[in-house]
Design a protein around this ligand. Sequence first.
Ligand code: ZN
Length: 317
Amino acid sequence: MGETQQRATLPADGIVGIDIGGTKISGLVVDAADGLVRGSVPAPAGVGGWAMADAAADLARDLALRAGVPFVAVGVGAAGVIDHETGTVRAASATFVDWAGFPLGDELHARLGVPVSVENDVNAFLLGEVAGTESVEQDVLGVMLGTGVGGAVMIGGALRHGPNGAAGEIGHTPGYSELVCTCGQRGHLETLASGTSIGLRYEARTGTAGLGAREIALLARGGDADAVAVFDAAGRALALACASAATLLDLPRAIVGGGVAHAWDLLEPAIMRTLVTDAPVSGLPLLITPATQGADAVALGAIEAVRRSLEPVGAYR
Ligand SMILES: [Zn+2]
């Protein structure tokens, strides 16, 4: 992943993209020579929303300065359920102190004095993948296989947010196992396909605890049958979830990112098998492909979101 980027040309329009996660805040901006200027700082998620806003604002200002472009706007992709119209965090993981309810958009605007757009990070990921890649479909499912499993849906080129900003949460759809999910319910896609779950499933099979998805992937490539089986179960569950979404919404493609997607070689056999046995009944082909924009996707999508918000109404479908 990241080796086969076909990045569309991005304008140096002074829009800074910021990716706010639980451990780091990273960002990028296009400079006058069409290069990407990147930076990151640790995320003070355990301190509080104010500290996160301070850190993100400082990073955005610094990136624009380093790129030598006028600082005209900032787009943010942030962890949590986001009200994208107000830029307020509606709900968030308990590991983020004072994040749920935090008016991130307003606080960044107050610090920076430029237009601000805030999206959920997985929505921004999908927007970044589609905007940053030449000739990709405009009806797409995005799935992020990270610590948890996030999802996003784009229909006709526009993100589907839903009335509560929670559309696309495919990680917490049921029916894939009997295991308890991080959310407390049972059987969700996340119980098989997240990085955390891959470690737990491997532990359940072998008794070896504490390994991450990356280490288990190395074991699988070395011929460890339990490691192979864990990725196989993840790939099958992922493909079933993608096929369900594609059947419901007529989506020709699912783009899969996040750390676990680095083990695409281990997920792909089960994905391909499942697409044969459980293809959408429409008979139309569903492509499930790994993300191509690497670690930049969320910030690129955040830039695209603010660019769209600054366009005249109706410029996008
Ligand atoms: Zn769940």
